[in-house]
Write a protein that binds this ligand. Structure first.
Ligand code: MG
Length: 381
């Protein structure tokens, strides 16, 4: 039985994690749950799964929850609440699925308390990959991937060192504007928020869906892979695979490739992270190859989707630049949603902010947060 602390229980990854806990009552126990604002769903999850402790962002909501629950669960709030949950003595693994930078401090606190962490929040490794991986080595804990691509690579690598790898291949669906005939570059300025939110193969949160449309999602994943698997950016490749059946691949030094495949369902990588190194029995995911029929692969179009090259540059330069890319992209996506900028301007704004940044190498967490803050102001429109 794994005692799981789930930070971000009401979001897209969080609710999938709760489903995994429903599937595996003898293997996964939700020891603690944290949510941002959705106290109704958190209350429902708490009544059903009976965690020992929960946390919510606002103190007023925490009070309401405590009144509703009585002594059934301890209720915390805010950043302190997240850290409290992440370091609970009984916790075996902390799954961090909070949107934005709020997951960073709890992730480090969990590592320093000797907990394995499962990372769904991209910011953790994109912004502070070097620090997080160094701390994990120091405290002898695992950093497991929840993202389908990184879970795939982790499964394909199966413990092999980076010296046995020629290249890691992240697959990308290509997003809703992959088709060059339907969506030539000239038409990109006409892309609406509504259209960009329609993802062809995955159902995800809003930010991730928009990042999939620009391919910034893949860019962030490239940087994550660089840190998770201790490999330089030059050996992290991207291949577009619209069916999203091959979740990623490892090309080994002898030329052999190993891929991990399944029908797309986030419950699978989540379950693997929580039950690792075991494989738990589940009927949830079924893959029917004759029905799928064809798997296709193509080169990413970096001309229409410059996010890939921006991320490559950020990952190669390192230091505070990935944090700047991430923060500028968040601001740009928000500006696009609010109809202040058009679709191609998302990438332009990120590029301009990166160009204006003075990179700090091997930054401390403080310096990373300063760079994040700077980028948010620099990118504001
Ligand atoms: Mg992914």
């Amino acid at each position: 039985m794994k005692n799981v602390v789930l930070l971000g229980s009401t979001g897209s990854i969080g609710t999938s994690t709760v489903k995994v806990a429903d599937d595996l009552p003898d293997q996964v126990r939700l020891l603690a749950l944290a949510a941002g604002n959705n106290s109704e769903l958190l209350l429902e999850q708490t009544r059903r799964h009976k965690p020992a402790a929960i946390s919510i962002s606002e103190p007023a909501k925490a009070k309401e929850l405590q009144n509703a629950l009585g002594t059934a669960a301890q209720v915390f709030y805010g950043e302190e609440g997240l850290i409290k949950l992440a370091t609970l003595p009984a916790a075996d693994i902390v799954l961090i699925a909070i949107v934005g930078t709020a997951g960073l401090k709890p992730a480090l606190a969990a590592i320093r308390a000797g907990k394995d962490i499962a990372v769904a929040s991209k910011e953790i490794l994109v912004m502070a990959g070097e620090i997080v991986m160094n701390e994990a080595r120091k405290y002898g804990v695992r950093v497991l991937a929840v993202d389908s691509e990184h879970s795939a690579i982790f499964q394909c690598l199966d413990g092999k060192p980076s010296s046995s790898v020629r290249k890691l291949w992240l697959t990308a669906s290509g997003g809703p504007f992959r088709d060059k005939t339907l969506w030539p570059k000239e038409k990109f300025s006409e892309i609406t928020v509504e259209r960009a939110l329609k993802h062809p193969s995955w159902v995800m949160g809003r930010k991730v869906t928009l990042d999939s449309a620009t391919l910034f999602n893949k860019g962030l994943e490239m940087i994550e892979a660089r840190w998770l698997f201790d490999i330089e950016m030059a050996r992290v490749g991207v291949v577009v695979h619209p069916q999203s059946i091959v979740h990623s691949m490892v090309e080994f030094v002898d030329g052999s490739l190993i891929a991990q495949l399944s029908t797309p369902d986030m419950c699978l990588p989540i379950q693997y992270a929580l039950t690792y190194p075991d494989r738990a029995v589940s009927e949830r995911v079924q893959t029917n190859f004759p029905k799928i029929g064809t798997l296709t692969f193509e080169e990413p179009d970096v001309e229409r989707f410059p996010a890939i090259e921006l991320a490559r540059r950020a990952g190669e330069v390192g230091g505070t630049l990935p944090a700047v890319l991430n923060a500028a992209n968040e601001i740009a996506v928000e500006a696009f949603v609010n109809r202040k900028i058009n679709f191609p301007q998302i990438t332009e704004l990120v590029r301009r902010t990166m160009d204006a940044h003075k990179v700090v190498s091997h930054p401390t967490l403080e310096q990373i947060l300063v760079a994040d803050n700077w980028a948010r102001r620099a990118a504001a429109v």
